[in-house]
Design a protein around this ligand. Structure first.
Ligand code: FAD
Length: 155
């Protein structure tokens, strides 16, 4: 991609993990022109976050995506703890945070699905995550136009 084909950008976000994706959504909502890039072509599929905490959902409420995340996730009502193949405990969470949060439960929503949902929302807002498979953004060069950036990638 050459610099002339890159749309004007106020903020360049390097890294399309949850932090970068939510930042991109938030800034877009504020009218800031963002560009978001990542060295991988799609969300990671290794085991990472499973549980989404209430505070995250409260923040998502301000972004208008909390209900969608809750709908796609699974509320945790209870957990069984096993030791050496024997059930050792049953812990009931229920609505443990009632009165403290509008989302008074732990929510299971795997990180890769979560990232896909955030990407969907960004796409709906007209922002594309620019993925450069197998390459790492090592330097960013500001071109003659102060608001355009060119990503220099290396394998
Ligand atoms: C086993 C495990 C279980 C976890 N469980 C939970 C949980 O239950 N609940 C919870 O809330 N959290 C959990 N976490 C933590 C959660 O996964 C992290 O907090 C979260 O991934 C951090 O998001 P991030 O966007 O800051 O960073 P990352 O997810 O690491 O994303 C960074 C992104 O930047 C990209 N990148 C990095 N360097 C470059 C570069 N030079 N150029 C271009 N792109 C680059 C990477 O490809 C990546 O996509 C868990 C983590 C692990 C490992």
């Amino acid at each position: 991609m050459n610099a002339s084909s890159i749309p004007d950008t106020d903020v360049l976000i390097v890294g399309a993990g949850p932090t970068g994706l939510v930042l991109a959504l938030w800034l877009t909502r504020l009218g800031v022109r963002v560009r978001i890039i990542d060295k991988t072509s799609e969300p990671g599929t290794t085991s990472r976050a499973l549980a989404v905490q209430a505070r995250t959902l409260e923040l998502y409420g301000q972004l208008g995506i909390a209900d969608l995340v809750v709908e796609r996730g699974r509320k945790v009502n209870a957990a069984n703890l096993w030791v050496a193949g024997r059930k050792a405990a049953h812990i009931v969470f229920g609505d443990m945070g009632v009165g403290l949060s509008p989302f008074p439960y732990p929510l299971i929503f795997p990180q890769d699905e979560h990232e896909r949902l955030l990407i969907e929302r960004l796409t709906a807002a007209g922002i594309e995550v620019c993925a450069k498979p197998n390459s790492s953004v090592s330097k960013l060069r500001m071109t003659t136009c102060a608001r355009r950036y060119e990503c220099l990638t290396e394998r």
